[in-house]
Structures are given as structure tokens and as C-alpha cells.
Design a protein around this ligand. Structure first.
Ligand SMILES: [Zn+2]
Length: 307
């Protein structure tokens, strides 16, 4: 199921590869655009489908939306938000540059504040192909829309917006999934959105085309898992929430994989040897078996970054 959610997102964006071809809709039968709602708290919802999981945070001053999904999904997301509140959306936060998290930005009113980590603003200007997923130049929705949907505010390492029950803390802890991953914390609710730094319990994309890193990934995530006052984590694509303990374990999972790849390289092995021999270690119960293509892409990034 997890795999279908992620692959479905890629299919919808036209980023087809051999491995996802089997999930294509028959021609002329576009899947209905259904945004599913999960109420986490009285004023915090997770809205799923059409790309990355969106968080919808409702305060007296307006609604903050974290991540806006695939192209064409901004409007269905906005429509779904209207079913849970009559407050206007005043702010978007994008966790990172990927098309399945930022594209809906252009379908929101132009007056909205859009906040990202500063590297993500640069990456949204470039929209480089996602390493291991896309090849060749990608369409830039923001340029096609005269700059609409681009960030209006950035932060470097930490920023706080709002106060009291409305407070949101934004953190950058270093390179991981991309070079501009933001961690979005709602302190009053003890919830953090971690984007695709832990998308599901599966191997993440280490998007070196967009500043991502294999070697830095685990240390970055360990910092995020240490943020105090968090009970609940919203993941980029997981159908249910997870916990800081899950995030810490995921950081170990990535460290184990990167070490495996580095040891293989030191021993004169190739990336293909890693693909042939690496298995999800038994301690990571409930983890999906990654595709060979994902293991290969991530092993390549680890090889490239290691002596
Ligand atoms: Zn992503």
C-alpha cells in the first residue's frame, strides 16, 4: 500500500520508469483526485493523496498549509481545507523542493506568504530532475506562472512564526533528502512534519541533484529526532503518523545502509554488488523492501561521497 501511494504520485506526475509502468491508469481513465482527511488535533489535519502528505494548521489568524502536492492538486487541497474551516489560507510552508510537495503552490491565491529553507528557494528556481527518479530537464511551474508560487520568505537554520498556540518553529539541520529540508514543528501540539527525510519505512531518495546526501543523511535526521517536546511525526508519504523513536530508528537504518555501501567500496565492490547483496536488516521490522533501482541510486550517492 505504501509503495502504491508513492508510485502513484510519480505516475501522476508523468515521471514514469520501468518499475512504475505496471501502475499506470488505462488511457482516458484518470484517477479521481481524492484528498483524504485525518484529524490529528482539533486544529491540525493531515491531508493525504496527490503527492506528499499536507499538514493543515488552523489558527485564529488563518490557515498554514505544509506542502501543496502534485501539479493540479492545489485546488482539490484548497477545496478540502474549506470543508474543515472557513478561515482563509494565509501561509504555505514547503518542506523541500520536490514537485510532489510544491506544485500546488501556484493554485493558491498570489497574496499568500510562502516560507522555505533558503536553499530550497534556489532549488525551486532550478527544479532539477530528482536523482534516480527523473531524467532530463523538468518543467518549472513557477516560471510558467510568472513566478507565482515561489517563496516569499526564507530561513537559514531556524525561524519561528506566530506565538503561543499559533507558534510554528522551522528548522534546518543539514543535508539529507535534499539540500534544503525543513522540519516544521507545532510546539503547542507536540507535532513535527519531517517531509521526505522519512517519507515512509522504506529507503529514502538521496537526491544529489538537489543537494541531498547519503553520508550526511543520518546525522541530520538524528538532530531532528532530538527536537524536544514532540510526540507525533507527520511523514512525507506514510499513511499513518510515527514517533520520534521511529525517526531515530530510521536514522540508524540509513547509517547502516551507508556504512554497508562504504564498506563495499573499500572492499573493491561495485554499486551493483551492493544491490545484489544488501538486504533490510532484521531489526527494522515493518520496513518495506526497496526497489533495486532505489538501492542502486542511493548506493551510487554513497559511493560518490566516499573515498
Ligand atoms: Zn521529496
Amino acid at each position: 500500500m505504501r509503495r502504491h501511494v508513492v508510485l502513484g504520485a510519480l505516475v501522476a506526475a508523468g515521471a514514469l520508469s520501468m518499475t512504475v509502468g505496471a501502475f499506470q491508469q488505462p488511457a482516458g481513465q484518470a484517477a479521481p483526485m481524492v484528498v483524504e482527511v485525518e484529524k490529528l488535533k482539533d486544529n491540525l489535519y493531515v491531508m493525504k493523496g496527490g503527492g506528499g502528505n499536507s499538514a493543515v494548521f488552523i489558527t485564529a489568524g488563518g490557515v498554514t498549509v505544509v506542502d501543496t502536492k502534485l501539479p493540479g492538486w492545489g485546488k482539490p487541497l484548497l477545496d478540502k481545507i474549506k470543508t474543515v474551516t472557513d478561515k482563509p489560507v494565509t501561509r504555505i510552508i514547503n518542506t523541500h523542493t520536490h514537485f510532489d510537495h510544491v506544485s500546488g503552490n501556484v493554485e493558491f491565491p498570489a497574496s499568500i506568504e510562502i516560507i522555505v529553507q533558503e536553499n530550497t528557494k534556489t532549488l525551486m528556481d532550478q527544479m532539477n530532475p530528482v536523482y534516480g527518479v527523473q531524467t532530463g530537464p523538468q518543467p518549472n511551474l513557477f516560471k510558467q506562472n510568472g513566478g507565482k508560487g515561489m517563496p516569499t520568505k526564507t530561513f537559514k537554520d531556524k525561524m519561528t512564526v506566530g506565538k503561543g498556540a499559533e507558534q510554528i518553529d522551522l528548522y534546518y539541520f543539514g543535508r539529507a533528502h535534499t539540500g534544503g529540508d525543513a522540519y516544521v514543528v507545532f510546539p503547542a501540539l507536540r507535532v513535527m512534519h519531517v517531509g521526505d527525510t522519512m517519507p515512509t519505512r522504506d529507503m529514502p531518495i538521496m537526491d544529489k541533484n538537489n543537494g541531498g546526501s547519503a553520508v550526511a543523511f543520518s546525522a541530520t535526521l538524528t538532530k531532528a529526532a532530538a527536537v524536544s517536546g514532540i510526540d507525533t511525526i507527520i511523514n512525507g508519504h506514510n499513511p499513518t503518523t510515527t514517533t520520534p523513536a521511529d525517526l531515530k530508528l530510521y536514522a540508524e537504518f540509513i547509517a547502516d545502509f551507508v556504512k554497508f555501501a562504504q564498506d563495499a567500496k573499500k572492499g573493491g565492490k561495485t554499486v551493483d554488488d551492493v544491490v545484489a547483496t544488501w538486504k533490510v536488516p532484521a531489526k527494522y521490522t515493518g520496513y518495506a523492501t526497496p526497489t533495486a533501482a532505489r538501492v542502486k541510486a542511493d548506493a551510487q550517492v554513497a559511493f560518490d561521497e566516499s573515498k
